[in-house]
Design a protein around this ligand. Structure first.
Ligand SMILES: [Fe+2]
Length: 291
């Protein structure tokens, strides 16, 4: 089994039909030309300060020029869903595929995502060799544009069962479900510069990086009927566990301040009263850059 893959000459009719009707992940190879690479960031935004995660998964606020110097020395760093740069680079990326797929469709929660100084919909991911993430799923769907370098994705072959999810509200108020990696039940593929990936809401995934990778993710919400049809329990449970207060907290803060790091995760683990569960949780997250 492989992930559905289109080439750049695919007809819009076929694409839109697959996007709307299957609601499964798919790739379009070589759909856009990317001029955004590390030199581009260096030239355009070197003075910007960004909240990075270092090799220990601790936060470090660095000037972009410093971050790039450290990466060039071979240091391990990551920018996770960085909205500051995501919003700035958006205009330099050919994202016309978003409109081709979605049309003018905008859903109610998209207004929350775009609230504040910098929209939460437009994000930059940077990762270096060795970076990896916990297997997770979220309420928002993503359209991912691989800008530079390559990145390997591991995704579930099908939708995961609600009751199989290991941590359902561990990272609150970050509304992320986190679960065990099961390579035999996953699809693995690599995105190259110019490739596009659609990752539907609540589809479990994680990535590993073998080299410096830059990608842009455009996040959006699906129609309410999507959630009720494909993942009612995940949707309702998160709605109850992440109610109004969490949403309010989320929109008060600027998106960058939400990045959780090793300390945040260990603090949460330490709140677990059961010592076996506490040790298990620390070991679980340690395997994944504490992310
Ligand atoms: Fe994700």
């Amino acid at each position: 089994m492989t992930i559905k893959t289109f080439n750049k000459n695919v007809l819009d009719r076929d694409l839109v039909s697959f996007f709307n009707n299957s609601k499964k992940p798919f790739i379009i190879r070589n759909i856009f030309n990317s001029e955004v690479n590390i030199d581009f960031l260096k030239n355009k935004f070197q003075k910007e300060k960004v909240l990075t995660l270092n090799k220990d998964s601790d936060k470090e606020l660095l000037r972009l020029s410093t971050l790039i110097k450290e990466i060039e020395k071979g240091k391990k760093y990551r920018l996770r869903a960085n909205t500051k740069l995501g919003n700035k680079i958006f205009n330099y990326i050919d994202t016309s595929i978003i409109k081709r797929l979605k049309g003018k469709q905008k859903n109610i929660f998209d207004y929350l995502l775009s609230y504040g100084k910098s929209s939460r919909q437009k994000t930059l991911f940077l990762s270096t060799k060795g970076c990896t993430f916990s297997k997770h799923a979220h309420v928002i769907s993503g359209m991912i544009f691989q800008l530079s370098g390559t990145k390997t994705w591991h995704i579930s072959k099908s939708r995961d069962d609600f009751f199989s999810i290991r941590y359902k509200s561990f990272l609150n108020p970050n509304p992320l479900y986190v679960t065990d990696k099961t390579p035999e039940e996953e699809l693995k593929f690599t995105l190259n510069p110019g490739d596009f990936l659609y990752m539907p809401a609540y589809w479990f995934h994680y990535t590993t990086s073998n080299e410096l990778s830059l990608s842009f993710s455009y996040f959006f919400t699906e129609k309410i009927t999507y959630y009720l049809k494909y993942s009612p329990l995940m949707f309702i449970y998160q709605g109850l566990r992440n109610p109004y207060q969490a949403i309010r907290k989320a929109i008060e803060k600027e998106p960058e301040e939400h990045i959780f790091d090793r300390k945040d995760i260990i603090n949460t683990c330490n709140k677990l009263k059961n010592p076996i569960k506490r040790t298990e949780a620390i070991e679980f997250f340690q395997k994944n850059d504490f992310s």
